[in-house]
Design a protein around this ligand. Structure first.
Ligand code: MF3
Ligand code: CO
Length: 267
């Protein structure tokens, strides 16, 4: 299936959805504090998404024979992505919490992620979060009209590996539109000049996943719940995701929505 370039009318819906979802994610970040359960955040996300006339994109999402059961993903510490919210998972000081959220509204998807530290964390964990955040900007800066997907991938990998941290290889960014996952796949490691050409009108999610596993490239281990993806040997993992529109008129893409907030990562 080919990449779907978006019309101005489609981009307008994606822009609105991304803006709304970013506001919702910010609310969740404000509520994420010690003593709160991850299921509380999930329920709040469900209410906020409904309030803007959307529905959760993750709930019921199928990967193989697994169906995702919640509104958001809440991944703690060495968990990278796809952690399932639970009533008995109470946030503790020092937790590194990634929140990933998806919404479908007016026939189009939005998908964003952020990572926050609950109160204080050791500096080795803090640097994982800061590096993932900075890697996202590196990726965004490389997302230019007539550049290639490999240019984004390389920019992210170079930055993360230069800090001695690990890139998760078995999850990737992606195009987004009527489907949450469209072409092209946008890996977080690769070679400049390789892969599909980025073009004006393409909307993609860039989403570096970083951990301190002690090697450049890692694969996650999926837990017995068939979802929670853990970085081997890591104390912390971080995940940030933005939605950008490639445009020919400017060097940088338009930032439709982004999971980087001022209060992150130190608050
Ligand atoms: N943001 C995640 C992704 O892009 C969504 C994962 S949860 C799922 O894959 F249930 F939807 F898979
Ligand atoms: Co995504």
């Amino acid at each position: 299936m080919a990449m779907k370039l978006k019309s101005p009318a489609e981009i307008e819906i994606l822009r609105e959805n991304a803006r709304l979802l970013q506001e919702i994610l910010q609310r969740l970040v404000e509520e994420a504090r010690a003593g709160v359960s991850t299921l509380y955040l999930d329920a709040l996300a469900g209410r906020l998404i409904a309030e803007v006339g959307g529905r959760p994109a993750f709930k019921g999402y199928r990967v193989g024979r697994n169906i995702y059961p919640a509104n958001i993903c809440t991944s703690l510490n060495a968990e990278v992505v796809h952690g399932i919210p639970r009533a008995d998972r109470i946030l503790q000081p020092g937790d590194v919490l990634s929140i990933d959220i998806g919404m479908i509204r007016q026939g189009f998807c939005a998908d964003l992620a952020t990572t926050v530290i609950i109160e204080d964390a050791p500096s080795e964990d803090l640097v994982v979060v800061q590096t993932a955040q900075e890697a996202l900007w590196e990726g965004i800066r490389a997302a230019r009209h007539l550049a290639r997907v490999g240019d984004i991938a390389y920019a992210i990998q170079r930055y993360v590996n230069s800090r001695g941290l690990s890139i998760v290889t078995n999850f990737v960014g992606h195009g987004i539109g009527r489907q949450m996952h469209e072409e092209p796949q946008v890996p977080n490691y690769g070679s400049p000049g390789q892969g599909p050409l980025l073009r004006d009108g393409l909307v993609i999610c860039i989403e570096p996943m970083v951990a301190n596993s002690g090697k450049d490239l890692i694969e996650v281990e999926v837990q017995d719940d068939n979802w929670t993806a853990v970085a081997p040997g890591a104390t912390a993992a971080a995940h940030f995701e933005a939605m950008v529109r490639i445009r020919a008129s400017e060097e940088l893409p338009e930032l439709l929505g982004c999971g980087v907030f001022e209060r992150v990562p130190s608050r």
